[in-house]
Write a protein that binds this ligand. Structure first.
Ligand SMILES: [Fe+2]
Ligand SMILES: [Fe+2]
Length: 193
């Protein structure tokens, strides 16, 4: 089976009904796709992996099941082994080598996309005008978006071999076009209200 973005979305939405989880998938997809374009990689394949990385979280909400128990489901659905392996590699507790650019990118985009999304939700203009400096400041406030693992945010940028500020700018740029789907305001909607 040649996995397509549409097919991955269909799989994801069959197992996931929560709006928050679907938005998380869309945010990680947009960030991962941004890097695929920037690296000249296979954007469709990267989107597939990003959409699927937490596809089983709703049915397997604990780390003794997620994402490892999702893997046989993906295999049964016909996804190729490289997709399954990359999905598994995002989980810290499985200690799998991140030996491809896609694995590194997925890991680097997972927590940061969630964090930037959270930053955008508390700003009247959403992501518009969001600077790395204020993202870094919020990273130092443990109570803000407390579920986001800070160490994974820092490790992700390091794994990509770029400064955190640059990674933040890239992810902000990646998420801006899908701001409405993420439930975010924009400078334009703020001006109209
Ligand atoms: Fe996950
Ligand atoms: Fe995730």
């Amino acid at each position: 089976m040649e996995p397509t973005r549409d097919r991955a979305w269909e799989t994801l939405t069959r197992y996931t009904k929560s709006e928050a989880l679907l938005r998380h998938a869309l945010a990680v997809e947009a960030s991962t796709a941004w890097y695929a374009r920037s690296f000249g990689e296979d954007e469709e394949r990267w989107r597939v992996v990003a959409l699927l990385h937490d596809f089983d979280y709703e049915i397997h909400p604990t780390l003794d099941q997620h994402p490892q128990d999702g893997a046989p489901i993906l295999r049964e659905e016909g996804y190729p082994e490289d997709v399954v392996e990359t999905v598994l590699s995002h989980a810290e507790h499985l200690h799998m080598p991140r030996d491809t650019q896609l694995k590194r990118t997925l890991f680097a985009c997972d927590e940061l996309s969630g964090f930037i999304h959270a930053c955008g939700l508390v700003r009247p203009t959403g992501l518009d005008g969001l600077e790395p400096k204020s993202v870094r400041k919020k990273l130092k406030q443990p109570s803000f978006a407390a579920g986001v693992h800070r160490d994974e945010v820092y490790a992700g940028a390091e794994l990509l071999g770029i400064e955190l500020d640059e990674h933040v700018r890239n992810v902000v740029e990646a998420l801006q076009p899908i701001a409405p789907q993420l439930g975010l305001r924009t400078a334009a909607t703020e001006a109209a209200s």
